[in-house]
Design a protein around this ligand. Structure first.
Ligand SMILES: [Fe+2]
Ligand SMILES: [Fe+2]
Length: 351
């Protein structure tokens, strides 16, 4: 993906596939250096799943907007590399979130239990207490310099990483300057979309909601959850409308519509044959997702759905020949299969 002319020294040039693979391994390894699992709306597997989805969306938007895919692919891969240092959001004496001069929320720092190149670079530059978009850019500069990449290329990648979190307290002129490069707009859009719109965000919402319910009340009730989905979708509309690029706004609004249709299906399931839908339908699928609530892994759970959960129910339906509810069960399972297909397309940024 990195073109010729990207390296300082042609002797150091190596197959870019190897660089990508090495960085992928490094990012994955880095996320495992902390022993804690859940912090706020993040959990151990989330950050890696999110990184791959953001990269796919960056490439999709980059193609549409004619941006530099070499810079985007590396920036997306590294954009949250220091995210695991972020602990709980700090608050002041009145319980309000503490912010820095740019309006970024401030977090408690979580120290890794083990070290690697990333943590050593983080320590060497004393990046503690700073926002992860800034520290990620600093670490990326060091990592990419080790590959002998050109200074300009490295600086552009670092700028993209830094832009993935939009500062709140910038003047319109400063904001326009920061987001002048198309790649900076794209990573911000891709990162925002992943957490807020589409089935990918719905999966995240299930896990945020259920974890909080289990912590506070000891159990998750899918019937209580369903009515909250429409409110949540409406709350996310400003995120879809506020994206930088035309391509992102278009995809995000399609995703919003898809979620609205999903919310209608959930209401029908909940108000209809509840017990059957809990066994064969989207309600059952949600409960299956919640069964892995401690550290849910989207890609693994999807494989389990396809390889076990759905085939098991197909076999039950086969066994229930002559049952009055067989067609309804079959339709309910069809909704789950449809959901899985659409979610897989979103993960690959095809939708
Ligand atoms: Fe981030
Ligand atoms: Fe991110």
């Amino acid at each position: 993906m990195v073109s010729h002319g990207t390296f300082q020294n042609m002797d150091k040039e190596m197959d870019i596939e190897n660089i990508r693979k090495e960085l992928e391994e490094l990012v994955q390894e880095t996320f495992t250096l902390w022993d804690h699992n859940r912090v706020g709306f993040q959990w151990r597997h989330y950050t890696w799943n999110h990184t791959l989805r953001v990269r796919a969306m960056c490439l999709k938007l980059g193609e549409r907007e004619d941006a530099d895919l070499s810079k985007l692919t590396i920036a997306a891969l590294l954009h949250d590399i220091t995210k695991r240092y972020d602990g709980s959001i700090l608050t002041d004496g009145n319980g309000n979130r503490r912010t820095d001069e740019f309006g970024f929320w401030q977090n408690e720092t979580l120290h890794p239990a083990r070290e690697n190149t990333v943590t050593r670079y983080y320590d060497a530059a004393d990046l503690y207490g700073k926002i992860h978009s800034f520290t990620g850019a600093c670490v990326a500069r060091r990592l990419l310099a080790d590959y002998g990449l050109l200074e300009d290329f490295i600086e552009d990648v670092a700028a993209i990483i830094e832009a993935h979190v939009k500062p709140v307290k910038l003047s319109p002129q400063q904001l326009a300057q920061l987001y002048e490069p198309m790649e900076n707009q794209i990573i911000s859009d891709a990162d925002t979309m992943d957490a807020n719109v589409g089935y990918v965000a719905f999966y995240r919402n299930i896990h945020i909601h259920s974890f909080s319910r289990i912590q506070r009340q000891g159990a998750f009730d899918v019937r209580d959850y369903v009515p909250s989905v429409t409110r949540w979708i409406d709350m996310k509309q400003p995120f879809a409308d506020g994206l930088f690029t035309e391509s992102a706004r278009e995809i995000a609004n399609e995703r919003q519509e898809r979620k609205r249709e999903l919310a209608r299906q959930l209401e029908l399931e909940s108000n209809g044959y509840f017990t059957m839908n809990r066994k064969y339908g989207l309600l059952g699928m949600i409960e299956f997702f919640v069964s892995g609530y401690e550290d849910p892994h989207m890609f693994t759970q999807l494989e389990q759905l396809k390889e076990r959960w759905i085939p098991t129910r197909q076999a039950w339906i086969e066994d229930e020949k002559g049952s009055a509810q067989r067609d309804d069960a079959s339709e309910a399972l069809g909704r789950v299969e449809n959901f899985v297909g659409l979610l897989e397309c979103e993960i690959q940024a095809q939708l």
